[in-house]
Each structure stands twice: as C-alpha cells, then as structure tokens.
Design a protein around this ligand. Structure first.
Ligand code: SF4
Length: 323
C-alpha cells in the first residue's frame, strides 16, 4: 500500500491560487448530460480493450484478461480513509482511498505487489463502486482517491455518474503510475479534479527492464502534459485541503534508476515550475526486486539528498520530501 508518512513540506504557500473551486468538475458534466455520454463512449474501449497503452485488444466484456489481469468486473482490494497521503490530500479527515487490483505495469519491485501483481481483491459492480464512493464521503473523506485506476477508467466513469446522482460532491483524485492513454485522459477531462501521476523512469531501457513497458517515457510525458492542461497547478482551500491540480510523485530508486534529475528537468521546463512534487524515499526491495542486484537494497541517505538537490537545481519549490 502506498503510504506517505513523515512528510515535510518544503514550501507552503507558493502556487496556491485565490481561485478555489467550491464544487467538483464532474457535477458540471453530470447536470449537462455529458457525463452519461462519457459513460457510453468509454465502454467502447473495453472490447477490444484499448483502455491503456498496452492495447491488448482482449474482449473485457467477455471476461478475457489482458496484461493488467482485469476482465469484465472491477476488482477492488480495499477502500478506507487514508491519512498517510500528502498533506493536502489527507487533510484532517482523511482521503477516501479505493485501491484497485491489477495494473497495466509489471514493476518487478512493486511496493504494492499483492494488489497490483497478484490481483488480490473482490469483484464489484459499478453500482457497488458508486456506493463505496458515497460511503467514503459519508465517513468524512475530503476526496475520493482512485489508486491504480488506469485499467478501470470506463468503470470509474460509470460509477461517478451513479454516485453524482446519489449525492457525491467531493473531488476525485486520480492516483496513477502515469502510464495512461490519451484517449482515457480525454474522457476524464472535466471529471477528475486532482491528478497524482508518477514519473517512474526517464529511460525506456529501464522502463522495459523493470516494468516491461518500453514506451513508458513518451506515454508518461504526454500524460503529464495533458493532466496539467486539464487541471493546472495545485489549488487548495483555506484549510490547505486540495481542490484541484497536479501533484507529481517520484519514487527515488537505487543507482538513480528512476532518473530523478531528468524527471525534475522535464517537469520544470515542460509542465510547470510551480508543480507540486512528492519526492518519495521509501523504496524497499519487494516482489521480484531481488532478481536484480541493483534493486536489492534501499536507497542511501546520499542518494536521497542528491535527489532533493535536483529540486533546487530546477527551481521546483513546491511539494514534499520525506524525513
Ligand atoms: S487495460 Fe488491461 S487489458 Fe486493456 S489494454 Fe490495458 S493492460 Fe490490456
């Protein structure tokens, strides 16, 4: 489970706009009927499946499973109030986190591998997924935090449509690997208020070796640009709770496998110098990491300090580092 404990904000105020949305974007689409159109449009991508950049072309509606292990149903590992996310996401009451099982990336070192790679969870209908969202909102969640959502976007859109009808009013956070297709992101335009993608690599060689995705870098960069185009820099309310915008997450890996400096350079020069970065230090060898000598250890203090220095080199002053 991806946690973000012991975070330290390295800048608090810059990038916070005085224009704070008071209601989530998807309600606009719900009231105009556009949300229902997106439901119908998104389902077309399930058969043959081209929901993510893998383009497996399986027939998900007939329960054929592709690389992500998802079939006809949406599988959820757990849902709960999460207090370990970045401060504007967890806020004071917690983030309403839904952990989807399966994943279109095959990261050898996945920190959540029982959920993402072993597909542990239970299958739910979209009506039940909508009920989860409403339940989390009732528990006080500041947002609905969709973790590893890439392969189930059509189900999410349908569930949001149902939940909006049933009174959902908190923003949606899309918490992905950053390996997202442009088709799905266009369908999510106006539905998602907060994007939280990873930058995992800046080398296709590493992306293939460790996650079997040889096109990760180009896909990821295009996705980040599109996400930022849709929601802009992070905006929070008077209590510091996120309402809209982009947070980029970067897990520092041993031997700079994640390409931290090039990642920060891309964000600063092509996305926005005001981007909020969550620089994560908690890597530990999990899943099949021990198959690779270079991944068989945690990162050193020097490696993490060097990663923090990259933020300064490119003038990235918003976000969080870990103690
Ligand atoms: S969502 Fe799953 S089945 Fe569809 S293209 Fe991606 S990996 Fe393949």
């Amino acid at each position: 489970m991806r946690r973000y404990g012991h975070s330290t904000s390295f800048r608090l105020s810059r990038g916070f706009s005085c224009v704070v949305p008071t209601y989530p974007s998807y309600l606009n689409l719900f009231y105009t009927g556009e949300l229902q159109k997106r439901v119908e449009e998104s389902k077309k991508y399930l058969s043959p499946c081209t929901v993510c950049p893998r383009n497996c072309r399986t027939n998900r509606l007939e329960n054929q499973k592709g690389i992500c292990l998802a079939g006809r149903d949406v599988r959820v590992s757990s849902y709960n109030l999460h207090h370990g996310e970045e401060p504007p996401i967890s806020g004071t009451r917690g983030s309403g986190t839904i952990f989807f099982a399966g994943c279109s990336l095959k990261c050898r070192f996945c920190q959540n591998y029982p959920i993402s790679q072993l597909n542990h969870g239970n299958d739910y209908s979209t009506e039940e997924l909508a009920d989860m969202m409403i339940e989390l909102q009732g528990m006080g969640a500041h947002n609905i935090n969709l973790v590893t959502p890439t392969h189930v976007v059509p189900y999410i859109i349908e569930a949001v449509s149902i939940a909006a009808r049933n009174g959902l009013t908190v923003p949606l956070a899309y918490n992905s690997s950053g390996y997202d297709s442009m088709d799905m992101l266009r369908l999510l335009d106006g539905i998602i208020d907060i994007y939280m993608p990873d930058i995992k690599y800046t080398s296709d060689g590493y992306a293939f070796r460790y996650s079997t995705a040889k096109d990760y870098v180009a896909v990821n960069r295009q996705a980040l640009l599109e996400m930022h185009r849709q929601v802009g820099d992070l905006v929070s309310d008077e209590n510091g709770v996120a309402r809209r915008g982009l947070i980029v997450r970067h897990l520092v890996l041993p031997d700079d496998i994640a390409g931290t400096r090039a990642s920060m350079e891309f964000v600063a020069e092509h996305v926005s110098g005001e981007t909020f970065i969550s620089l994560m230090s908690q890597y530990f060898p999990a899943h099949r990491a021990h198959d690779f000598k270079e991944l068989s250890r945690g990162i050193t203090q020097e490696e993490y300090t060097s990663a923090i220095d990259c933020l300064g080199i490119y003038g990235l002053e918003n976000g969080w580092v870990q103690e």
